[in-house]
Design a protein. Structure first.
Lengths: 611, 388
């Protein structure tokens, strides 16, 4: 596959080479003189002196270098003296002697016209739009004081495309192409791109097929970056409210690790606020019968996945030529979809362990149902996830029994925030509460599942002790942490060096997979998460609007939660130990195999490109 | 303003002295810088319509420090009313190839490509054969240069140079942000000279006869002659090579049917000149430049329909990338429809003219920027035809 944006990297590097000499550029912006380094754009330069030029299509996730600047929306145009035309500030580099005006009447009029043009082709249903309040187009219209649209031509009308996880409402698309950049450049999935010409141009899958007929992984990064309501999640809040109101149903909820580090943002708390206790209290007030923790299932995942790693390693060391190494993690459903679509020849390499969400569902609808004396059909399992792919995952056929899914509804962090707001719960003033038993107890190892590097660190904590029989001298593996896209580290298992690879972002995962395919991979185990930063940057999290500091704060919060947990290793979780004693037997045992492991499918045949 | 009388010339299609290999032999013995100086001295400006000095373009590209450079011949002749490049490639393709090879020699490019308009695919087979022969001939001369051909898919926007590169690279044809200009980063983000078909033919002529011969024709700002595609209400539609710098009234006298009310100079994206301005309008870079299209309208034509057609064309052919062009073209189209139907007051036309001017300064590429040319010139001169 040739990828447009990947190729542009060549050019970006070229520009960087050009900038190496760190030439200083002196220019004037709005009568203020300033000096910047060569290669800095007018937009960036203006920010250094406190001038915020409005932008719309521009997107930049800070030092992760995820950047979209097609210069398409033309909202950021500025006047450069001596130039006939206005220039987009987001892509125009500063040059010596430039005199820039960012808000003279010519610029303001052009911007207003451009904004009116965008609005003239946009539905006016803000009141019922799920993006209302978070919409970047709406805030621009506010900021510009638009009260009337002078142009009343046509509005483009497009069908809605509904998939299990993502809804495309393309009438609201403003062709900023952020989703296209995410889908192609960062995730290398190649699902969304501009099609058609002229006024008919839209962003869509090839041949305008539906998302569920494409290679979409449902990672939801397109939704994360969409400035308007063109891409949103499938909303299940009504179904959940109905289930809660149904007296015949017992409703159980599980909350993923990354949710507690981000939910507070929806209630005005600073990014990185840990709201575990408040979240539990709120869920209880919403009427959930049992408030459990996906972290419990994450500990369970480590027991199974860690054992599988050790099993494969031991067999490998004994010289078994059929052992597949490296082992790849399988908790991330976006990632699972990715390799099923793009690397079907490698579906026997990832761990067969189900994701924590699905382990939880399988255990809840068997072990828990027995324990509380309920039939499977009377138990509703709801999960709160930072993720949109989880919505698809829980609909997979193999995760159901006689048509009854192990997990009934997966809500995003954003949907939970809406539920709490609808129920008039004063979230910030709630007293902390604890999870219920028996599926609420968890270790710090489970918490860090929420960030890139966390799953493998959790696995190492357990695998080390199971393999060596010794206690880990130090629990914090700093070498596995961070936000670098591809990281590697070697962990010493008492004389046995275990080589670990980590990638977040599917484009980065692709690099590691290509290595494996070519037989060049030197890793024993690889952790992959589809989203930038891992689940903390998931497609279901509160919108960051491109603020990388929010991701960093969430990551910090996750590691803090780990630190303050009395339990920090999955195999030491007493509830997990009890589960094996009472129900499962041993990791990788028959019952585990049946309930906690899965298999993968070659999905290349499911893609339909014409009807 | 300097002007010339209408004069038909025969340079482009003249094959009496067309020994292209001799031109090449002579040129590659010279110093590339000298050849470029000749082109600069000749005053040759790009014949695609924008009129950038060809020699300067070559000089900038030559000065770029890069192992790989390209020469591209833009044969995506998409401007409505233009059909000269088709004829040139059909009748004298070797002159184009020679121009490309000379350019490659001058700037240090080893590869050249012709980007052929999708609708011209009927020329493809024959061109390929002739290119193969030409490649072989220049290889025998020891000139390290190969010409290839790429076919477009029928998008007007791919005639815009950077959209053309994107298209050649296999992507959706969308203009890039500029800078960087092609001379720095063009095809495959390498320094690239991209010239119109006709420009390259004049290059071989200048190399054959010297810049002074070229300068004999035209005016100070518009040297040489130019091939015009004459169409519309004319008894003699077709292709004519004329000296640049002529006043439009002479052109109309020669080609009009006696009842000419307006001439659209430069195709859909050009200017509409009404009868009362024929005398004062010079065809050339000092007046109204054109890529060759001259559409003549007599009094039986409705200028509303003319403008409506142009706007429909732009609404369809915009790449859809930037707001002013994607939405603006459609608003202009729907706007004049609404005024015609009486759904909006004639004063709305002023609103639309302002919109067109915003598109001119805020659109990303030449397409959106030039919609104001036909729009404002037709509205200004034929306002009553639009309203009633």
């Amino acid at each position: 596959m040739r990828l447009k944006y990947a190729d542009n990297v060549i050019f970006r590097n070229y520009l960087k080479d050009q900038a190496k000499n760190m030439e200083q550029i002196a220019l004037t912006i709005d009568n203020k003189k300033l000096t910047v380094e060569k290669g800095v754009t007018i937009l960036q330069a203006a920010r250094t002196i406190g001038i915020e030029i409005p932008t719309l299509c521009y997107f930049n996730l800070g030092d992760l270098q995820i950047e979209n600047k097609p210069g398409g929306c033309r909202i950021c145009v500025v006047e450069i003296e001596g130039r006939k035309n206005l220039a987009p500030a987001c892509v125009t580099e500063c040059a010596t002697g430039m005199v820039v005006h960012t808000h003279n009447i010519r610029v303001l009029n052009a911007r207003r016209t451009v904004l009116e043009l965008i609005l003239s082709d946009h539905p006016f249903d803000c009141l019922v739009c799920s993006k209302s309040g978070e919409c970047e187009l709406q805030s621009l219209a506010q900021k510009f004081g638009i009260r009337e649209i002078h142009y009343q031509g046509e509005k483009s009308v497009y069908r809605k495309d509904t998939s299990p996880a993502i809804i495309r409402d393309i009438d609201k698309c403003i062709m900023c192409r952020r989703c296209e950049m995410m889908c192609n450049d960062f995730q290398t999935c190649g699902v969304l791109s501009a099609i058609n010409r002229g006024f008919q141009s839209v962003v869509a899958p090839a041949f305008e097929m539906n998302l569920d007929h494409s290679t979409c992984t449902y990672c939801g990064q397109c939704v994360s970056v969409c400035p308007t309501g063109a891409l949103t999640e499938q909303d299940h809040t009504r179904s959940v409210l109905n289930a809660l109101a149904d007296p015949t149903k017992t409703v159980v909820v599980q909350t993923a690790p990354a949710v507690r580090a981000a939910l507070g943002e929806a209630f005005g708390l600073p990014a990185g606020s840990l709201v575990t206790g408040k979240m539990v209290a709120a869920l209880r007030q919403l009427g959930f019968d049992y408030v459990f923790d996906t972290d419990f299932a994450a500990d369970l995942t480590i027991m199974e996945e860690g054992s599988e790693l050790l099993d494969r390693l031991t067999r490998h060391l004994k010289g078994d030529p059929h052992v597949k190494l490296p082992i790849l993690t399988s908790c991330c459903p976006g990632w699972v979809n990715f390799f099923e679509h793009h690397f079907p020849e490698m579906i026997d390499i990832p761990s067969t362990a189900k994701s924590p969400q699905q382990m939880f569902g399988a255990v809840a609808k068997t072990y828990l149902a027995d324990k509380i004396g309920l039939k499977r059909k009377d138990l509703v399992v709801v999960s709160i996830m930072p993720c949109l792919a989880k919505k698809y995952e829980c609909t997979r056929e193999e995760f159901s029994s006689d048509g009854n899914p192990d997990v009934d509804y997966a809500l995003s962090t954003r949907e939970l925030a809406n539920l709490i707001k609808q129920a008039n719960i004063g979230f910030t003033s709630l007293e902390d509460e604890n999870f219920d038993d028996p599926m609420g107890e968890s270790s710090g190892a489970a918490v860090i599942f929420g960030t890139t590097g966390g799953v493998i660190e959790a696995a190492v904590r357990t695998a080390y002790e199971l393999h060596t029989g010794k206690e880990l001298p130090k629990l914090d593996f700093e070498e596995l942490r961070g936000l670098e896209f591809v990281r590697s580290a070697t962990v010493d298992f008492d004389g046995l060096p275990i080589r670990i690879g980590i990638a977040h972002g599917l484009g980065n995962a692709r690099k590691l997979l290509e290595e494996i395919k070519a037989g060049r991979s030197r890793y024993h185990a690889i952790e992959i998460m589809a989203c930038p930063g891992g689940c903390i940057g998931g497609g279901g999290q509160p919108y960051t609007h491109g603020d990388i500091n929010i991701l960093k704060a969430r990551q910090k919060a996750i590691y803090e939660e780990d630190k303050r947990k009395p339990l920090r290793k999955s195999h030491e979780n007493p509830s997990i130990q009890r589960l094996y004693e009472e129900f499962l037997g041993t990791p990788l045992g028959e019952m585990s195999h049946h309930l906690l492991h899965t298999h993968y499918f070659d999905k290349t045949g499911e893609v339909i490109i014409s009807e | 303003m300097e002007k010339r009388n209408l004069k038909k010339v025969d340079i482009i299609f003249d094959i009496s002295e067309c020994d292209y290999l001799a031109v090449l032999d002579k040129t590659i013995l010279r110093d590339p810088d000298e050849v470029i100086l000749d082109i600069i001295d000749s005053g040759l400006k790009g014949r695609g319509g924008a009129g950038f000095p060809t020699g300067l373009k070559w000089k900038f590209t030559k000065n770029e420090d890069s192992e790989i450079k390209y020469v591209i011949c833009n044969a995506d002749e998409g401007e409505p009313g233009t059909f000269k490049d088709r004829e040139i490639l059909d009748r004298v393709p070797e002159k184009v190839f020679t121009g490309m090879a000379i350019c490659g020699f001058c700037i240090g490019a080893k590869e050249g490509y012709i980007y052929l308009r999708g609708e011209y695919n009927f020329l493809l087979e024959e061109l390929k054969m002739k290119i193969d022969l030409f490649n072989k001939q220049i290889r025998e001369k020891g000139l390290e240069f190969t010409i290839g051909i790429r076919s477009g898919s029928g998008a007007y926007i791919c005639g815009e140079e950077s959209a053309l590169f994107e298209s050649m690279e296999g992507y959706r044809g969308e203009p890039r942000n500029k800078p960087p200009y092609p001379t720095v980063a063009g095809y495959n983000w390498k320094p690239t000279v991209i010239n119109n078909v006709e420009t390259l033919v004049y290059v071989s002529m200048i190399c054959r006869l010297g810049p002074d011969k070229f300068k004999e024709l035209g005016t100070k700002d518009s040297r040489g002659s130019k091939v015009f595609s004459v169409s519309g209400d004319t008894p003699s539609a077709g292709i004519f090579e004329l000296e640049l710098g002529m006043p439009l009234n002479e052109f109309v006298e020669e080609f009009g049917d006696g009842d000419t009310k307006a001439v659209q100079v430069g195709g859909a994206s050009g200017h509409c000149v009404p009868r009362k301005q024929f005398n004062e309008t010079i065809i050339g870079f000092e007046g109204i430049p054109t890529g060759g299209s001259m559409m003549i309208f007599n009094s039986s034509r409705s200028m509303y329909n003319v403008l409506h057609d142009y706007l429909e064309f732009f609404t369809e052919e915009s790449c859809g990338q930037c707001t002013p062009c994607r939405v603006g073209c459609q608003q202009l189209l729907k706007g004049i429809e609404a005024v015609k139907k009486g759904e909006r007051k004639p004063a709305y036309l002023e609103e639309l003219k302002k919109l067109a001017l915003t598109m001119k300064v805020a659109a990303k590429c030449g397409l959106g920027q030039s919609v104001a040319n036909p729009f404002n010139s037709i509205i200004d001169n034929f306002r009553e035809e639009i309203i009633y």
